[in-house]
Ligand binder design. Sequence first.
Ligand code: PMP
Length: 368
Amino acid sequence: MRNIYNFSAGPAVLPEEVLEQARAEMLDWHGSGMSVMEMSHRGKEFMSIADKAESDMRELAAIPANYKILFLQGGASSQFAMVPLNLLGRSGKADYVQTGQWSEKAVGEAKNFGSIHIAASSESDGFNSVPLLAQWRISTDAAYVHYTSNETIGGVEFQWTPDLSAAEGDCKDIPLVADMSSNFLSRPLDVGKFGLIYAGAQKNVGPAGLVVVIIREDLLDVAPLSGIPAMLRYKTHADNASMYNTPPTYAIYIMGLVMEWLKRQGGLVAIEQRNIAKARLIYDLIDGSNFYRCPVNRADRSRMNIPFTLRDPSLDEIFLKLAQTRGLIQLKGHRSVGGMRASIYNAMPLEGVQALANFMQEFEKNHA
Ligand code: PMP
């Protein structure tokens, strides 16, 4: 048993059971005489690991048969470019919804490749909410609509899936693209509503070095922008079952163990209930106090990343130091916003969140 609780935004805490299993299998995976790190990615041992990881993910998230699951590299940041490079072809235009720093980064990259229109933005309220669907102004000729389902820095999360058929204008057939890096598999999702989903693994589903892409098969037939490298084409990876080049084998293995762990937890419905309960502990405490504050609109608060400030910012350092002595680590807010941020992904146990809540109450009592 470890004696700390790690609130890092990513790379982030992994289930202890998963790490223990990886340790037990480190030198010799299932009698193969090899560590997973030493296996050929085309050998039968690793192929079985990758197949199981994929089928468990498909089962957990009920991913329909007409969607490919790709295991790629380059992080979610590479997807900021791969999405437009592969999907802009339809019209050269795409729509983006801006809700904070990560969606802004996605916009910035996409602008290198086409004409980008901001369909909606919450900039006017400091990116502390998500714009209602009724406010989205989608271009009917957009090749796709992109949004960020959880803003890891701002702590703003969509509690609903945009239904483009209910939006203004005739846009029901425009593919919806989501950056789900920081809330992927933290709740059930309806994959059929999306054209493409991507998520860096290092928050909810595994170690860094792996990014998961779920793409509807018909989008593989969209002609990519000309001259793009084979490695940046979705079709290259889809045609080769993510084995066009050497994939991040160990990261895929750990992600597979996380999928098995998620199934043992009862799947996405059960993990969502736990995530709701964990987030409520901290938000209720913040809302019941004059000492702590969370700037995010209540309806749009993230269950994964909770940013909060102290009434007196000169106490920030003492808060962080004392928290650390209690084994509550990585609570410092993102450098661009300051204050604190508690990231409480799937693998953060309720006891860790309770320990943070207890510490926050005690700190308030002693410093208010
Ligand atoms: N999108 C979101 C929502 C993120 O939180 C992050 C990483 N913090 C990224 C994209 C970029 O991911 P990566 O570092 O894997 O490129």
